[in-house]
Design a protein around this ligand. Structure first.
Ligand code: CDP
Ligand code: MG
Length: 735
């Protein structure tokens, strides 16, 4: 075996006794520095160039066999040579031969579980088969839920294309704040959250003949609750067909839940995927991804690359770094097309990932775990998996919900690897050690229902008239204490009365497709006569992470531009500033460009705002503006977010009021240098510690005004609201 190869194949691992593992790893680490001899280097110009400035990095990346390959020009793969037409592609999908059997099974059974590997054609083909089989003939629709917005949009676009119709006509999609369907729509893709809301207006799903709960294995909160809801209506709507489709081995569990519904298995077609691990853990996995991509590009035969990152920021960093290095390489290497995909990416950009790669070029897709099972990108031969994903976590002990980057499960890792073997034999590079795969990763991802705040879900269920939540038919019940906390929170927000019944306020809150705290803030704007401002702030918060543009080569300019929008009272008001100034320029693109603002995000904020104004009309709140005073705006925000309050304590750090947990103002905040005594935060993001993102200064006495049942005056003593002098030693880490 080549001693310079630093990825090891999984079989090799099997040969190492477990007890030896740690020691073995340590040794490997010591010997892992790849010695790149001058003799070799002269032979492999391009290769050397890539490695020039990352000698320290090479250790992770020399792949077995790559040395021989460098001499040859990368070849076109078989698959590359024959690009298929749409019709040919449809027929080539693993599901195709089972079309008639599947339709037969649907006719015979009311509920059917469908299991098939990712990419076999479940999402795009089944609704079309159902349509052809006559399930849309009586004017009813076929619905198909997706856990992810991006998937709903892109799959709908694909199916519209396959059927030769305009998106939004016969085939459409509906996601939060966006409805791209019409009277003519017969195949409707939607997020699971959207279907959840549809139950409010159509509790028996009367307009549907078939409902497909797709990507059931993802086990999102909404999907989990939908299981219980659709199971219930199937009982009194015998004509409604239910299909539960899943990519993995949970089928048995779904079958049991749906009273032993039959399972229809679509045999997988998979090419072998070689799995490689790094010998030592990676210090910076984004950088490791960049190097890995370049290594593959220079040393491996053509075939596209899929990289799994955790979010937009990381994807952008990775993209910039790749572009930068490619620029330096110039024409020495083949064309490498870099395509990002994440939830907030505008849909026209998202669509690009499906464009065929031009002959002789290579495509690299930088994706969040959207690409794990929801989206299938053809032609992927190489997968790079750093082993992380972003997840929401709710701690019922501290009542804190926080977004954090966590290691993925083995099940996820295997799904990711599988993406490399769809069209040909592939390779998956795991940027973690074989040891940590074996011993550190959990078997399966914990379903969302067991790890996030249930406020939203409970409010929806209550609005559907489901009062007894403890006995609701859950596939896996949520922890009791989380359920109780959600009820308590809704009570404190005024959405439930002390019998746990929905109040008038709760009913109005349920009209908004947002978190209960946000809904409450919108409703409170009525009392404080600032609905215009609060609606804008809500819209901006819903896109906020992507409003400010911060290109690497212009960071100073971008940060100065951002600071010009800063409002002393805090970030919500800075966001309001951005929106209002943009509006004053008549929504100018040029203005965005000059001020380092993302035009697309602003456009989306404007759309969201419009939707919210419509919903405000529905709950009969007049749109009024209160420009002179920010106190009222901040009071309205506090009326919703009084759970999210932190108080300055000794040494210039913050502690949450109720649970005394340490939290820190995010460095990108307008209040980072200010240290007001009382602050309200919009959300927590955990990186090195709990960062509060989007904060405003408040006065403690407002808490007694907006949440007298939740706060006691004693808890809020020492509310002089004077600013403390700035202290030293705080983190200056920017994420
Ligand atoms: O749902 P499942 O994972 O079984 O497969 P699918 O999403 O229906 O994908 C079937 C095929 O459609 C794959 O070959 C995808 O590459 C292709 N597809 C596409 O080209 N463009 C999309 N927007 C979605 C799917
Ligand atoms: Mg699918």
């Amino acid at each position: 075996k080549d001693s310079t190869s630093d990825y090891i194949e999984v079989d090799e691992l099997e040969k190492v006794p477990q007890s030896e593992q740690k020691k073995w790893e340590k040794d490997q680490m010591a010997s892992a520095v790849f010695k790149f001899g001058a003799k070799d280097a002269t032979k492999k110009d391009d290769y050397e160039l890539v490695l020039e400035d990352q000698i320290d990095f090479i250790q992770a990346l020399q792949m077995p066999g790559s040395r021989d390959k460098i001499k040859k020009e990368p070849e076109l793969s078989e698959h590359e040579k024959k690009k298929l037409t749409i019709e040919e592609t449809k027929k080539s999908l693993p599901i195709f031969p089972f079309k008639d059997d599947l339709m037969q099974a649907v006719r015979e059974h009311q509920v059917l579980i469908i299991e098939g590997e990712t990419g076999s054609g479940k999402t795009t083909q089944i609704p079309q088969y159902l349509h052809e089989a006559g399930f849309t003939e009586d004017g009813k629709k076929i619905g198909c839920t997706q856990p992810r917005r991006v998937a709903a949009m892109s799959v709908a676009a694909r199916v519209a294309q396959e059927m030769g119709v305009k998106l939004g006509n016969e085939v459409g999609y509906a996601i939060r704040f966006e409805d791209c369907t019409s009277e003519r729509t017969i195949i409707k893709y939607m997020t699971d959250g959207t279907l959840h809301r549809e139950f409010l207006s159509e509790p028996d799903l009367q307009s549907y003949s078939v409902m497909i709960i797709d990507e059931a294995h993802e086990r999102t909160l909404h999907t989990d609750i939908l299981f219980g809801l659709v199971k219930d209506i199937a009982r009194f709507r015998p004509d409604l067909k239910l299909l539960i489709s899943s990519a993995t081995l949970d089928a048995q569990k779904f079958s049991e839940f749906f009273d032993e519904a039959p399972i229809f298995r679509i045999p997988g077609r998979r090419f072998p995927v070689d799995i490689y691990y790094t010998k030592a853990p990676e210090a910076d996995y984004v950088d490791a991804c960049v190097i890995s991509v370049l290594q593959i590009h220079v040393t491996q035969p053509l075939g596209d690359v899929l990289v799994f990152l955790t979010g937009q920021e990381e994807i952008e960093t990775c993209q910039e770094s790749l572009q930068d290095r490619l620029r330096r390489l110039g024409s020495k290497v083949r064309e490498l097309i870099i395509l990002p995909v994440y939830a907030n990416l505008p849909s026209d950009m998202q669509a690009k990932i499906f464009d065929p790669t031009p002959p002789g070029a290579r495509k690299v897709v930088l994706a969040t775990n959207i690409a794990e099972t929801s989206l299938t990108i053809d032609n992927i031969i190489y997968v790079i998996d750093p082993g992380f994903a972003k997840q929401n976590h709710f701690n019922s002990r501290t009542s804190m919900e926080s977004l954090m980057v966590v290691p993925i499960s083995k099940a996820s890792a295997n799904q990711r690897a599988g993406r490399a073997g769809r069209v040909a034999a592939g390779k998956c590079f795991r940027l973690y050690t074989a040891w940590s795969y074996k011993h550190e990763l959990e078997e399966n991802t914990v379903p969302e229902i067991q790890r996030i705040n249930l406020g939203n879900a409970v409010l929806m269920l209550k609005a559907l008239g489901i009062n007894d939540l403890v006995h609701f038919d859950f596939l896996d019940p949520p922890p009791h204490e989380t359920l109780v906390l959600a009820l308590e929170q809704l009570y404190a927000l005024g959405a439930l009365n002390h019998h746990g019944e929905l109040t008038k306020m709760g009913r109005r809150m349920a009209e908004f497709p947002v978190d209960p705290m946000m809904a409450k803030m919108l409703l409170a704007s009525e009392k404080y006569k600032c609905s215009e401002e609060v609606v804008t702030i809500t819209a901006m918060l819903s896109v906020n992470s992507s409003v400010f543009y911060r290109p690497k080569d212009k960071i100073i300019h971008a940060d100065t531009a951002r600071k010009n929008f800063y409002h002393l009272a805090g970030d919500h008001l800075s966001l309001l500033n951005v929106y209002n100034q943009w509006k004053d320029t008549d929504y100018s693109l040029q203005w965005c460009y000059e001020n380092f603002i993302q035009y697309r995000s602003m456009k989306r904020a404007r759309d969201v705002r419009e939707q919210l104004v419509g919903l405000m009309q529905r709950v009969e709140i007049e749109m009024v503006s209160n420009v002179s005073e920010t106190v009222d705006i901040r009071k309205a925000i506090t009326a919703g977010y009084f759970y999210h309050i932190a108080r300055l304590s000794k040494g210039g750090s913050y502690k949450t009021v109720k649970h005394n947990q340490s939290v820190t103002v995010h460095p990108n905040s307008a209040l980072f240098e200010e240290l007001p005594r009382w602050i309200l935060y919009h959300e927590l993001v955990f990186t090195t510690k709990e960062f509060m993102r989007q904060v405003i200064e408040i006065e403690s006495k407002w808490l007694l005004e907006v949440a007298p049942h939740y706060y006691k005056p004693k808890e809020l003593e020492d509310s002089t609201n004077k600013k403390m002098p700035k202290t030293v030693g705080r983190s200056t880490r920017t994420e």
